[in-house]
Design a protein around this ligand. Sequence first.
Ligand SMILES: Nc1nc(=O)c2c([nH]1)NC[C@@H]1CN(c3ccc(C(=O)N[C@@H](CCC(=O)O)C(=O)O)cc3)CN21
Ligand SMILES: CC(C)C(=O)C(=O)O
Ligand SMILES: [Mg+2]
Length: 290
Amino acid sequence: MNASPLQPAQAPDGVSTTLYGGVANRRVTVRDIAKAKQQGERWSMLTAYDALTAGVFDEAGIPVLLVGDSAGNCHLGYETTVPVTMDQMVMLSAAVVRGTKRALVVGDMPFGSYQESPAQAMHNAARLMKEAGVGAVKLEGGERSARSIELLVEAGIPVMAHIGLTPQSVHALGGYPVQGRGDEAAHQLLRDAKAVQQAGAFAVVLEAVPAELAVQVTEQLAIATVGIGAGAGTDAQVLVWTDMAGMTAGRVPKFVKQYADLRSVLGDAAREFAAEVHAGTFPAPEHTFK
Ligand SMILES: Nc1nc(=O)c2c([nH]1)NC[C@@H]1CN(c3ccc(C(=O)N[C@@H](CCC(=O)O)C(=O)O)cc3)CN21
Ligand SMILES: CC(C)C(=O)C(=O)O
Ligand SMILES: [Mg+2]
C-alpha cells in the first residue's frame, strides 16, 4: 500500500517519535530538532528547489528540507554554487514553503550574501524569512561566521551552520577536498563546531570530513550534527535530492547513495511521448474532445 498524503514515514521499528509521526499537523520547529538530539533520534534532510518535489518529500515525512544553494549546479545549470543570488534563493525558497505543510524549511544563504558583515547577514536572512517564509537559514563557516550567527540568533532567526567542506570556497580550496584530515585540521573543525554552537546555531552541517572526526564532534556538541560525506555517526543525514534520486547529470560525489533512477524513468517517458507523436498514435480517441 502506498503511503497516503500527510502520512509521514515511520521509523523502521514503527515507533512514533518526535520527528517521525510525532509532528503531524504543524510544521517541524527547531525545538523538535533539539528534542530529537536529547532522545537520540536520527533524522533526515533533503534539498528541494521547487514546490512540486518539496511536496513529495513533505508527504514522505522528510522533517527538514533545505533550499540549498546547490540549486546553482543542480537546478539552474551553473558549474558551482558561487553565482547563485539572493533573489534566486528567495524565489526558490518561497516555492518550497508553498509546496509543504510539515517540513521545517531552511533557506541557504548564497555566496556574497553574508560574508561582508553581520549587518549584511541580518539583512539577507530577514529577506528569506519575510519574503520566502523559511523557518531557519543556513550559512557556511565556523569561527569566521560566528559573529553573524550570533546576531541572527539574537534577532530570533534560527541558524543552521555548515563547516568542513564549504562549497562556496571552491576556488580557494581548488576543488572539493575532504576536510579535517590531520591533527591541526581536526582541531580546527572542533573549534569551528564549538564556535557555532556557542553563537547559538541549532544544528551544524558537517560536509566531507572523516567519519571518526564527525563522531567526536557529534559527541561533544549539544546541538544536532547533520552529515554529508561524514559517515554514519552524525545525528542527521542530508543529501542533494537530485543526487539521491538519480537526476544529477554527470559525476556525483562518492558519499551519494542513489535511491532511484529518475533520469532514465523521465527520459523514457519523454522518448515514448515523442515516438507516439511521430507515429500519430498520440493523442488517442480517449484524449480527444468531440
Ligand atoms: N550534485 C551535488 N551534490 C553535492 O553534494 C554538492 C554539489 N552538487 N555541489 C556543492 C557541493 C559540492 N560537493 C562535493 C562535490 C564533490 C566532492 C568530491 O568528489 N570530493 C572528493 C574528495 C576526495 C578527497 O579529498 O579525498 C571525492 O572524490 O569524493 C565532494 C563534495 C557537495 N555539494
Ligand atoms: C549539501 C547541503 C548541505 C548544501 O549546503 C546545499 O545543498 O547547498
Ligand atoms: Mg549549500
